[in-house]
Design a protein. Structure first.
Length: 114
């Protein structure tokens, strides 16, 4: 399975030792999960999800990758603002992007404006 544990943890600025402490697992277990040597139990996926603020399915590697979602958001914004000033107007949506933790959900919200 191509999980996103390490990628997500690093993007949030959380050290592996901090994640280990918060999820109450051994450093070896967390390392094995991040390196895809072992697969966490469902309750461990849930704990990772709660700590990292991402859906279990996202952490497990299902769905779109963050870059793909960000590209989708930009495409939607480009549709809303189809002129050359798109880049200056994206700042209007930055607070929304920051407030909505799930960028896939954000993309769906923005589709309402199209």
């Amino acid at each position: 399975m191509n999980n996103r544990l390490a990628e997500t943890r690093k993007s949030l600025g959380i050290s592996q030792s901090e994640l280990t402490r918060r999820v109450e697992l051994s450093p070896q277990a967390v390392s094995a999960f991040e390196n895809r040597d072992r697969n966490p139990k469902p309750e461990t996926w849930h704990a990772f999800s709660q700590i990292l603020g991402k859906s279990t399915r996202h952490l497990q590697g299902f769905g779109l990758h963050q870059n793909q979602i960000d590209d989708e958001i930009l495409k939607i914004l480009n549709t809303i603002y189809s002129d050359d000033a798109i880049h200056s107007r994206i700042d209007i949506f930055r607070p929304l992007v920051s407030a909505v933790n799930d960028h896939y959900l954000l993309a769906m919200i923005l589709r309402l404006f199209i």
